[in-house]
Ligand binder design. Structure first.
Ligand code: SAH
Ligand code: SF4
Length: 349
């Protein structure tokens, strides 16, 4: 279960039932597990020293068997306006991942990684350009959140939203990602509401269908970026395997099954996918679907020649969608000077 080479076992890799089994194996009553769980996810303790409600013997056992701090923050950068903070973590096997905190509109949204690198090869994405190094364990996904939650707690704040939009394709690491979100959502623990958790996928159709059938309440975002197969395949190679008609059919079924709105992501690339015509084709394909489109000017990356669209063209694109009844928001590029785009810090080290 724990393929992170750092020993002892990361406590964040366990769910409550697994922790209870451990505690019972140690000859302790199972309610002790809940006390540990709350120390980890409510009090956010980073060392067994904090667990004063436990006996000294149990604290020592906890210390010997579990690690509460597995990832090393190596670089942290704060944007000029102080609203975006990005951290590069070194994992136990020296792989690097990134986590970004974005503070705006009274929200503290954390953008977390699901894999080190990514195997999907989207041409404009810094993470895609580095290839897949490995899947993260559920504990490594959870710990990114716990790390930032501790920092915010020190100033009386908390994480209000989590988006799985950092490095990696979460549906390519389905089980670990969903287990991690379940852990963050747990009422007895971190207790972040399901509606505050969002998964973004490049469009792995079988996983979208599986997600729809499982009845979890997390939000779903799908990275679209083009409304025609030829263009989309040239940007997102996975489109050759799951073309737009299959993808959008799965999205329609998701909305029908869950009654939940779906979000589409669209990185606007100057003179590539920012035309009025693309907006019109997109609008026709999304007609009648309960959805929202987020457009964001592309963040330039080293191995891709395209550049972000202008503010004015982004607004024209948005207005064209709105004209056809498709709600759309233009997102700002946050933290551009600290390489806050997906994978952009890791590619430099
Ligand atoms: N793999 C998932 C989640 C991580 S990428 C996915 O693709 O959805 C999160 C979002 O950032 C995606 O919408 C992705 O297309 C977008 N993205 C990647 N590189 C970008 C860049 N250089 N500029 C703007 N958005 C980018
Ligand atoms: Fe992977 Fe998402 Fe980047 Fe595509 S955009 S390479 S799926 S992280």
């Amino acid at each position: 279960m724990n393929d992170n080479p750092v020993k002892p076992l990361s406590i964040y890799d366990l769910d409550l039932v697994q922790l209870q089994e451990r505690v019972v194996d140690w000859g302790e009553p199972s309610y002790r597990a809940l006390q540990i769980w709350q120390g980890v996810y409510k009090q956010l303790w980073s060392s067994p020293v904090g667990f004063t409600s436990l006996s000294k013997g149990l604290r020592q056992r906890l210390d010997a068997e579990f690690s509460l701090w597995n990832m090393r923050p190596e670089i942290s950068k704060t944007s000029l306006d102080k609203n975006t903070v990005k951290t590069l973590f070194r994992l136990g096997d020296e792989k690097a991942i990134e986590t970004v905190l974005m503070r705006y509109n009274k929200r503290n949204t954390l953008c977390i990684s699901s894999q080190a690198g990514c195997g999907m090869g989207c041409v404009f994405c810094a993470t895609g350009q580095m290839g897949l190094k490995r899947n993260l364990t559920s504990g490594e996904i959870v710990e990114q959140v716990v790390y930032y939650a501790r920092i915010l707690k020190a100033s009386g704040e908390s994480i209000t939203n989590v988006v799985v939009m950092g490095m990696g394709e979460p549906f390519h690491n389905y089980d670990a990602t969903l287990h991690a979100l379940d852990r963050l959502n747990d009422k007895d623990g971190f207790n972040l509401g399901a509606r505050r958790l969002t998964i973004s996928t490049v469009g792995l159709v079988p996983a979208i269908r599986r997600f729809a059938s499982e009845g979890r309440q997390y939000n779903l975002a799908v990275s679209l970026h083009a409304a025609e197969d030829e263009l989309r395949s040239s940007l997102l190679p996975i489109n050759k395997k799951y073309p737009l008609n299959e993808l959008l059919a799965a999205c329609r079924d998701y909305v029908e099954q869950t009654r939940r709105r779906i979000t589409f992501e669209w990185a606007l690339i100057l003179d590539v996918n920012d035309s009025m015509e693309q907006a019109q084709i997109l609008a026709s394909k999304l007609k009648g679907l309960l959805c929202h489109v987020n457009v964001i000017p592309l963040n330039p990356t080293p191995q891709y020649r395209g550049t972000g669209t202008t503010r004015q063209r982004a607004e024209i694109f948005r207005d064209e969608l709105a004209h056809h009844g498709i709600p759309c928001t233009v997102r700002l590029r946050r933290g551009i000077e600290i390489q806050a785009g997906c994978g952009q810090l890791a590619i430099q080290v």
